[in-house]
Ligand binder design. Sequence first.
Ligand SMILES: [Cu+2]
Length: 672
Amino acid sequence: MKVLLLCTLLAVAAARPSDEHDDVPTSQKQHDLNFMLWKIYEINRDPHMRELEDTFDPQGANAHYNDDGHAAKVLMDELNSGSLLEQKHWFSLFNTRQRTEALMLYDVLEHSTDWATFVGNAAYFRKRMNEGEFCYALYAAVSHSELTHHVVLPPLYEVTPHMFTNAEVIEQAYRAKMTQKVTKIESKFTGSKKNPEQRIAYFGEDIGMNTHHVTWHLQFPFWWNDEHEGYHLDRKGENFFWVHHQLTVRFDAERISNYLAPVDELQWQDEIYEGFAPHTMYKFGGYFPSRPDHIQFSDVKDVANVRDMIIIEQRIRDAIGHGYVTGAHGEIIDIMNEHGIDVLGDLIESSLYSPNSEYYGALHNTAHVMLGRQGDPDGKFALPPGVLEHFETATRDPAFFRLHKYMDNIFKEHKDSLPSYTKEELTFTGVHIENLCVRGNLETYFEDFEYSLINAVDDTEEIPDVAISTLIPRLNHRDFSFIVDVDNDQDHDVLATVRIFAWPHADNNGVEFTFDEGRWNAIELDKFWTFLHPGHNHIERRGADSSVTVPDVPSFRFLMERTEEALKDHLELDLEEYVSALGMPNRFLLPKGSRRGLEFDLVVAITDGAADASVEDLHTNTKFNHYGYHGKYPDKRPHGFPLDRHVEDERVFEELPNFKHVTVKVYHNPHY
Ligand SMILES: [Cu+2]
């Protein structure tokens, strides 16, 4: 990770302010961050920060900014005029005013040029702003600030547990706190067995997957403004497509292993087949609203009419049909090339990168709110936002995957309109793959995972904490490695990109997927760079090292203990391996198998690393970098390459010496 950070930082160093003058040790920053997020609804438990809350002046002489204190002035004016959202109230990023307020604080933190100013502001506004807004602003700022490259954000499921577990569990946690009993609560997935969708609730409700989803939206926010932030997020629109495409295909793979058909897309004119009762509650604001089965889409007051959504969709499909998007000033933006997907991603989300949000709207964001409000479309019952209006909770509702299948199909329409790759484009001359296999069993199982609910409950300083935690089953797999044997006919080393994918061999009825259907459903398992020496090369790559995944986020307790130890003994705090929570959790790398073995097509494509590289030293870049990190994305090829385009004739692939296709079985062990 260090190597990765180094080379990605070098790539963007020119464009961004440097933190070389900031000599506060990481352990101190981590300590401050821990306490800032510990019990966010309570007074700060760190005496120094308690003092800062009242002594720090965001507009004082000791506050240092690179925007002349502009952001601090804006926020202070709002605060002093009493117009900020009250505390102890729900917060949703999709609420325009609430997002504006959160981003005002984000701006203040982002423009702070030293740690004293950053932490002073955090302490000051923690006491005075809505806790949800504060928490979002702090997570976003730590994700992007130059001052926080080496600190680790605590897991959100331990900071705001209400957003990750059921109301039944939260109620038991309150009871445990009131009776002062050490308690370990067994969590169950939402709903009953009468609902077939419940079989795959372990996917939508997985706290690690939810963390991945939230983290992605923090790293690539739709509100990102290049002018404000001073730099551009590389391929953000394409990343938006890819991260949700991968969630969609993974969800379908889980469905097949649970005897369910692949998810169908949502349509505005059609009924919403699946209802959802979230059994989830806000810390402040009551229960998340439910939606019954089989309702027709309603217009949502002050959000959008169903007709508007159909029109927006039509305009986007027209753009795909024409092969160009019309920009805000009438300019023609060609999308019939490998960057077209990036433009469409910006357009569909829509982010501030959208070339014309006036005309193409914000399909994804508006659809999330529309769907989230179907339980109370006229706002008659004063219900809080639905689960779809938070990135933390959205995937709990199976309708999330229908919605994303719908958008994924729009992206597919575009990808299918591009010409297929030719054999010449895909060939890596002189490189032959002799063998592809797996060492070890591909075996999945469920294990119990425990996390703390201490931050869910109220408390006072006078009464000590009592340990309250919950146990939740989660999917994991045994260790395995990919083995690839490759011959390099050339007389020198060549840099190679190794791309590994897998897709389910057949649907839930046993109907085999064609190559073209399969490749669109391909799960990206790994991508790495290596040198191929002349002659035979034996590559063994551990599943645990996959660059599309990250290790589990360490618990709050672990972070606090490690930090305090480091501070006490003046040790260096090294948590680099946990700094990025952007990828899927590694334990989610394999979809759940079956007892008799679920067949998957496993493929590897080896392409020319020198031609693929968009950064120098690509070969050192083997750790997590899947969506890029603070800079340029290292691989020039489109996400999903070489399977991202329509395959007319699968023989093009099957006859390619630098491509190998085998079938494997993934087993599930229910007695692990
Ligand atoms: Cu999302």
